[in-house]
Design a protein around this ligand. Sequence first.
Ligand SMILES: CC(C)(COP(=O)(O)OP(=O)(O)OC[C@H]1O[C@@H](n2cnc3c(N)ncnc32)[C@H](O)[C@@H]1OP(=O)(O)O)[C@@H](O)C(=O)NCCC(=O)NCCS
Length: 624
Amino acid sequence: MVEEKRVSADEALGRIKKGSRVFIGSGCGEPQYLVERLVKQAERFFDVEIIHVLSIRDPGYTSTGLSGHFRVQTFFVAGRGAREAVWEGRAEYIPIFMSDIPRLLNERRLEIDYALIQVSPPDKNGYMSLGIAVDVAKEAVEAAGVVIAQVNPAMPTTLGDSFIHVGEVDFLVDKEEPLLEVGKPPLTETDLAIGRNVARLVEDGATIHAGLGHLPSAALICLKDKKDLGIHTDMLTDSTLELIRSGAVTNQKKEIHRKKVVASYCLGTRELYDFVHLNPFVELYPVAYTNDPNVISRHERMISIHEAMEVDFTGLVCASSYRNRIYTGIGGLVDYMRGTSRSSQGKFIVTLHSLTEDGQCSSIVPGITPGSGLMASRAAVQYVVTEFGWTNLHGKSLRDRTIALLEIAHPKFRQELLSRAQLDGLLAHGEPITFSTAGIYPTEMEKKIIRRDQNLLLRPAKPTDLRSIQEFFYGLSDQDIYYRFLRSKQAFPREEMAAIVDIDYHYRMTVLALSGEPGSDKIVALGRYIAESAEGLAEIDIAVGQDHRRLGLGQAVLEVLFETARVKGFPGIKALVDYDNPRMIMLLKKMGYNMRAILDHGVYEVEILFEEKSAEPSFVVTYA
Ligand SMILES: CC(C)(COP(=O)(O)OP(=O)(O)OC[C@H]1O[C@@H](n2cnc3c(N)ncnc32)[C@H](O)[C@@H]1OP(=O)(O)O)[C@@H](O)C(=O)NCCC(=O)NCCS
């Protein structure tokens, strides 16, 4: 059967009729030789419509001279050649969810007359692998009247659901040639800072999907220190391979396809293609499966990472097109957004640079630029990450979203954006919103700790914590409030609490311990210091929630405050402690410094100098 079907490219392509529609294999799996022969014979064809999922090169059939012969329709725009063809009207872009393309073909809503694909040589049973481009190739083969396959020994044999039988193909054209390749994108320090911020949101044992772009690549590279990650994705790249090779990926904790990387296609280099070849660790499936939101949602802790161009104050996310220019496409973004939103502890993460490419404008904007493509609605958006930090918009009001986004906007635009938000009525005039314009949120201070099997996050306070701080204080007993404020207090008004988040990470610092998912977490401890002058002592106060006492949390928060004060050059700390509060005295002792105190009207004014560290701290009291 194999021999009968073996023909030359020209013989096979000679069957293509005028006015027909031809599907061409995707991305790096494009059957280049068949395409080149097709273009060579262009004069023979009229109004042949070419359909592909994505093309990473300019294959020639979009050139102006061939416009009466070929017309290209693409589901995704990748690479300069394809982009320019779309911008100049030589090719057309069809917006569609990746998971919907198979149905479009299956149900013949877009009829395909011919499919040009590329496969590995047939095995002894007549099976050929679709290799690195499984994506929608099976559906195209089933839907097409005539299937022409370039048989290329360079095409890896991939496991999973990647095989078709020679019986499904009409013509086999033998041609060995190197596959198309896409290298790793060059990453800047800002890309990596964003990647590191994404890594803060990823727990060990999570399952990862990363979309196209520099920032998802940077994020993958920054996940190397994690443990037992899983991969369930549509696209495998050399960055994914780098992560796999680091040892961070075991797939052990996946709920389905345990111990397997699952993907649909590869956009990488020969190194990746050699890795996936007959590798039982990796399985490739059609996008109808990998991008099915129901399948995605079956993974707990599913993480999906994407790159955006703009995010507006209300949480609308622009990706794929900007000012009426298509840059990419919808691809798998919405499929994975739907899937992760239903995954237990799943996170949908949108990354973006805080500035536009030319550095002239903020990418966090009052409203999306007209003509830009919306990818995530306000209701669907969750995590947004820039080089200045991360935030979770899900379940937040428009007001709180605005504040949260301003926290991670570029500092040079924060004031301007704040004024604009007030003008637009998103924030009230005169509201106590205090962005740390004096300092940039130090993401590197975020620290995960475990107490009583609970994951807690220690971090500096943010303006969006205002409400949680109020809730924290309202949850303390009258006695604790008295110890913390040295007076009774009935209310904790926003105006007063605003001072606690108005920090500069130097003279004014607040550290929180939080439990729960970032963004919908609860404060379980709060400590801060205020320093009046560079030479003076930093005055400290602290409170730990009743359910989290005696876990070393007070100590952990004080350690961060002590260390920050020490690094900022303050000589030591002081604290006002009620005479009846031995717990606080014990806690301070635990910090390991000699202590001096003046007892005045039932309150110790405790002083600690950082240079007086001691294994057996003294506590010398004088009376006022
Ligand atoms: C004082 C307070 C902050 C301690 O927080 P905490 O998280 O329970 O303290 P830690 O678990 O970190 O304890 C560290 C050390 O402090 C001492 N300590 C804390 N609570 C203690 C208690 N109830 N009895 C005796 N020692 C205690 C111990 O030396 C302890 O070390 P250990 O557990 O190894 O013996 C907490 O009780 C609190 O919030 N109280 C109300 C508010 C307040 O008093 N604030 C101080 C105003 S400045």
